[in-house]
Ligand binder design. Structure first.
Ligand SMILES: *[C@@H]1O[C@H](CO)[C@@H](O)[C@H](O)[C@H]1NC(C)=O
Ligand SMILES: *[C@@H]1O[C@H](CO)[C@@H](O)[C@H](O)[C@H]1NC(C)=O
Length: 342
């Protein structure tokens, strides 16, 4: 008599989750043989994964010279505006750390009205340097804004695109120093839609230590064309490929990584790409970013492409990229009211 057996073998490899579906039509007497073969296959596969994991060669980290570290080190810069007591009387579950330029008032306003609104479990803070153009009145307005909202943290480095790496290390240092007991932190840009409901739900079941997830980029190619926004010279970074890193648009991590990344930065020379820089620090720590996909279509929950607004599509994402402040507010109003019906 002929029987049908279906095996669903799910194996998590470094390249993501692959599903193998085997359909076997076999007589019941060879059933034992099939089980034996399946067990052997699993064993061989696990060994392969193990060998792969062991053979990913980690270069021995070399401590930076004092001069190389100084540019990056938060100790080099002074706070102009700070919120040292933000976590004194409460322990947020999740801290949103939002890098913005000093003049981006509307972007901050949009975040405060949407996913960054004050909540029982979340804390939202904006991080910046000093305006590139002095004497524009931006600083005075910023100080007034900081007085009203108490959510602005500013250090005295020049706020420019290449200096975003300094800003990121400033955020890590701030969290490690002033809010170490928060469970998670999210570095997220101000033009991002964050589905805070889905995010919180997912985080509740996530590891509390050594955990980082986002839109994972593997084998990223180094841009050597000097006109590129992402140009990096051979002198800054000699290899052709970057280690695995997360897109800087938005990534979430357990808060222990804030001090561990700060520590690792003593071994990693500054490059002007802040997301790659964090990836280089994670490599020193041997922390592997976790993919965030949902089944069955392997949807990337951290959507870094532009995506037309649709309430129920957005309900199944953690972030979506590319919103102007007014678009963010408009989309949020609809989403906030209607997402539960999806
Ligand atoms: C980065 O900030 C430092 C410290 O303020 C400044 O000296 C440097 O010019 C800035 N770099 C760029 C590219 O703006
Ligand atoms: C963090 O938690 C520890 C232990 O519970 C406590 O001693 C410490 O004061 C807390 N720190 C902050 C900044 O809340």
């Amino acid at each position: 008599k002929v029987q049908c057996h279906y095996f669903l073998l799910s194996s998590v490899t470094a390249t993501g989750t692959k599903l193998f579906l085997y359909r076997c039509v076999l007589s019941s007497c060879s059933w034992r043989l099939v089980k034996f073969l399946a067990a052997s296959a699993v064993l061989v596969l696990s060994l392969q994964i193990l060998v792969y994991e062991l053979s990913t060669d980690l270069p021995t980290p070399v401590l930076l010279s004092e001069e190389d570290y100084r540019v990056l080190s938060p100790q080099t810069y002074k706070y102009i505006l700070n919120q040292p007591a933000a976590c004194k009387h409460r322990t947020p579950f999740l801290v949103f750390m939002v890098p913005v330029a000093p003049q981006q008032v509307e972007a901050r306003q949009a975040v405060r009205k949407t996913w960054g609104a004050p909540g029982a479990e979340t804390l939202t803070l904006f991080f910046m340097g000093v305006p590139e153009e002095q004497g524009s009145g931006v600083q005075e307005q910023l100080e007034a804004e900081s007085g009203r909202h108490a959510d602005i943290i500013q250090m005295d480095f020049v706020d420019s695109y290449p200096n975003l790496t300094i800003k990121t290390m400033m955020m890590m240092n701030w969290l490690a120093t002033h809010c170490p007991n928060a469970s998670y932190a999210m570095k997220v840009d101000s033009d991002i839609f964050v589905n805070i409901f889905y995010l919180m739900q997912r985080l509740r079941g996530s590891p509390r230590w050594g955990y980082i997830t986002g839109s994972v980029i593997r084998n990223g190619k180094v841009r050597r064309d000097s006109s590129s926004k992402w140009f990096v010279s051979k002198q800054m970074y000699p290899k052709d490929r970057y280690p695995t890193y997360m897109s800087g648009a938005g990534y979430v991590f357990s808060s222990d990584l804030a001090w561990r990344i700060s520590w690792a930065s003593r071994y990693v020379k500054m490059i002007p790409l802040e997301d790659v820089y964090v990836g280089l620090c994670l490599q020193v720590l041997d922390v592997r970013p976790v993919y965030s996909y949902s089944l069955p279509f392997m949807t990337n929950l951290f959507e870094v492409r532009d995506l037309q607004y649709d309430r129920c599509t957005f309900a199944r994402r953690v972030i979506v990229n590319g919103f102007s402040p007014s678009e963010l507010v408009r989309v949020w109003q609809d989403f906030y009211q209607g997402h539960v019906h999806c």
